[in-house]
Design a protein. Structure first.
Length: 290
């Protein structure tokens, strides 16, 4: 039987958490040479876990996988001690869901409820921009992420499961509401507020303008959906967003529908391909196959 030295794994876990052998050595109250030696032994068993760059330690892909499991192992160990000390018989595992900024709260809410009902676990939400959440997913800091598009640069490391979609329309503030007349020709050479280059929603808008022989005049590019809505509501230009995304702004009279696009905005749940065989992952993916 192959054995894993959990002392060495714990040392690796602390080094990864602190990002430094010296800082981890201070926390663990052991000598730095001893800690480096233990890490070397673990890497001899599991493979290279860190890249050494100057004085920095950068987790390799293998290291990120090991860290995810190490964090789970030692977090569960701490929970076990807490359970025994409090005399409780069980404690739920936590499921961390990443929520990309700009995804409608109604979609996040529905996803949360489905995850909780299906797994009976406590679910914690971590909100952020897509690149940040992608890094957290790869590092094992979140278990799943709700994205508003499938990221094309993940080299197949992430599996996406469609979870929802919504209709897309053009919206504008009070100064653009009359552009609903004569749509879509009314959009010709009008100032547009778009997401950054490469985003599927931007590509959808660009395709619409080409198909309708319209001049696309980009006034502002912004990566954040909340900022895009604020800019449009303050007269900065016209935006293309999903109906759920702007519902609150429309209800408040800050944004007005100009016209519909013949496309939909799709939302997906992303999970690391390497963890598909995890029983919990299988349960979750079965839920979102429906």
């Amino acid at each position: 039987m192959n054995w894993l030295n959990y002392h060495h794994l714990f040392y690796f876990y602390k080094i990864a958490e602190f990002g430094s052998v010296s800082k981890a050595a201070l926390e663990l109250r052991i000598g730095q040479p001893t800690l480096s030696s233990q890490l070397k032994e673990l890497e001899g068993r599991l493979g290279i876990l860190f890249e050494r760059r100057s004085r920095s330690l950068i987790l390799t892909e293998r290291g990120k996988i090991v860290l995810k499991y190490a964090r789970e192992i030692f977090t569960r160990g701490e929970e076990l001690l807490g359970v025994l000390e409090r005399g409780q018989l069980a404690l739920q595992r936590e499921l961390v869901l990443g929520a990309q900024e700009g995804v409608p709260k109604a979609i996040i809410c529905e996803t949360l409820l489905r995850l909780h009902r299906r797994t009976n676990l406590k679910v914690r939400v971590s909100e952020g921009e897509a690149p940040v959440l992608l890094d957290q997913l790869l590092e094992g800091k979140v278990d799943l992420v709700v994205f508003d598009h499938e990221l094309s640069h993940t080299d197949g490391t992430i599996v996406y499961r469609p979870i929802d979609k919504e209709k897309i329309a053009f919206w504008g503030g009070d100064n653009f509401r009359k552009k609903a007349r004569g749509f879509p020709k009314s959009l010709d050479a009008q100032p547009m507020i778009l997401s950054c280059v490469g985003h599927p929603l931007r590509q959808t808008v660009e395709r619409f303008f080409v198909e309708n022989d319209l001049e696309l005049q980009i006034a502002i590019e912004a990566p954040d959906t909340a900022l895009i809505k604020e800019l449009a509501a303050n007269g900065g230009g016209i935006v293309a967003l999903g109906e759920s995304t702007v519902r609150g702004w429309v209800d408040a009279g800050r944004l007005h529908r100009i016209g519909n696009l013949p496309y939909t905005q799709n939302y997906s749940l992303g999970i690391l391909k390497k963890f598909l065989k995890d029983p919990l992952s299988e349960i979750i993916l079965q839920e979102f196959r429906r």
